[in-house]
Design a protein around this ligand. Structure first.
Ligand SMILES: Nc1ncnc2c1ncn2[C@@H]1O[C@H](COP(=O)(O)OP(=O)(O)OP(=O)(O)O)[C@@H](O)[C@H]1O
Length: 250
C-alpha cells in the first residue's frame, strides 16, 4: 500500500508537483497518464526516494518514509530505515537500466545477493523461476546487448521481482520500445496484475490503462486533475482538460 499526501516538489524554483495525493491499495493497479512534463515520472520517483520531496507525507506499507510537520518542515526516515522501506517497491524504468557487463542471470541475482544477503543457492533458482515467468529462461547466459528491447524490459521486470517487492512501480516501461515489442512487455505486466501485484504504472498505453488498471489518474501541470475507475474514466471523463487530452490522442 502507498499513501502519498499533498506531495510538493520544485526543480530550480519551478513547481513540478503541486500537492499530489494518492492512495494505492493492496492488489490495486493504478495507471497514471498525462501530457509530457506533467510530473508523472517525478511523482513516481519521489515515492521511492529517487527524488526527495519538499513537502508532504509518504507512507509505504504502513511505514512512514517522509512526513511534514506543522511548520512545513519535511523529514525523512533515517537512511537505513528509508532504504529498507523503499525496498518494498520494485521499479522498472523506461531505459531498462540493466548492467551491460553482466549476463541476464547475473543481472537478476546481483541485488538479492548483495543487498538482501540471499545465498547464491537461493537466488539462482528464484531468478530462473522469474525468467521462466517472463518467457526468457533460455536467455539466462546472454548479455543484454544480445537481447531485443522487449526482452531487456522483461529481464528488468524479472530483476525487480527478484527483490520480492510488495509493490511494483513502472515508469513508462514501453516508451523506448518499437510498437511491435510493446505487446510482450504489456503481457508480462498484465500477468503480474492478474496475480494481484500492487502496481503503479506511468504509461502512454491507453489500452493498458483501460483494460488492466483498476483506476486511472490524469495528471497535468503537476497536479491530479482527474481520478476514476478505469471503465468510467474512458467512457465519461468529467474534466475538460482530461477530455482534451484524450481527444488529442484520438
Ligand atoms: N532532475 C530534474 N531537474 C530539473 N528539472 C526536472 C528534473 N526532472 C524533471 N524535471 C522537470 O520536471 C517537469 C516534470 O517532468 P516529469 O519527467 O516528471 O514529467 P512527465 O509527466 O513524466 O513527462 P514525460 O511523459 O515526458 O516523461 C518537467 O518540466 C521536467 O523538465
Amino acid at each position: 500500500m502507498i499513501s502519498a499526501r499533498n506531495i510538493r516538489k520544485q526543480f530550480g524554483g519551478v513547481d513540478v508537483l503541486r500537492g499530489v495525493s494518492l492512495e494505492l491499495g493492496k492488489g490495486e493497479v493504478i495507471a497514471v497518464i498525462g501530457p509530457s512534463g506533467s510530473g508523472k515520472s517525478t511523482f513516481l520517483r519521489c515515492l521511492n526516494q529517487l527524488e526527495t520531496i519538499d513537502r508532504g507525507d509518504i507512507e509505504i506499507e504502513g511505514e512512514i518514509l517522509a512526513s511534514t510537520d506543522s511548520h512545513g518542515i519535511c523529514r525523512y526516515a533515517p537512511d537505513k530505515e528509508a532504504r529498507r522501506i523503499c525496498r518494498k517497491m520494485g521499479m522498472v524504468f523506461q531505459q531498462f537500466n540493466l548492467f551491460p557487463h553482466l549476463t541476464v542471470l547475473q543481472n537478476i541475482i546481483e541485488a538479492p545477493i548483495t543487498v538482501k544477503g540471499m545465498s547464491r543457492e537461493a537466488a539462482v533458482p528464484l531468478a530462473q523461476e522469474l525468467l521462466r515467468k517472463v518467457g526468457l529462461l533460455e536467455k539466462c547466459d546472454s548479455h543484454p546487448s544480445r537481447l531485443s528491447g522487449g526482452q531487456k524490459q522483461r529481464v528488468a521486470i524479472a530483476r525487480a521481482l527478484a527483490m520480492e517487492p510488495d509493490i511494483m512501480l513502472f515508469d513508462e516501461p514501453t516508451s523506448a520500445l518499437d510498437p511491435e515489442l510493446t505487446g510482450e512487455v504489456l503481457r508480462s505486466m498484465r500477468q503480474l496484475a492478474d496475480e494481484h501485484m500492487t502496481m503503479l504504472v506511468v504509461t502512454h498505453e491507453m489500452a493498458f490503462a483501460r483494460d488492466v488498471s483498476s483506476r486511472v489518474i490524469f495528471m497535468d501541470g503537476g497536479e491530479i486533475v482527474e481520478e476514476q475507475p478505469a471503465a468510467s474514466f474512458f467512457a465519461n471523463p468529467l474534466q475538460p482538460r482530461t477530455r482534451a487530452f484524450l481527444n488529442h490522442l484520438g
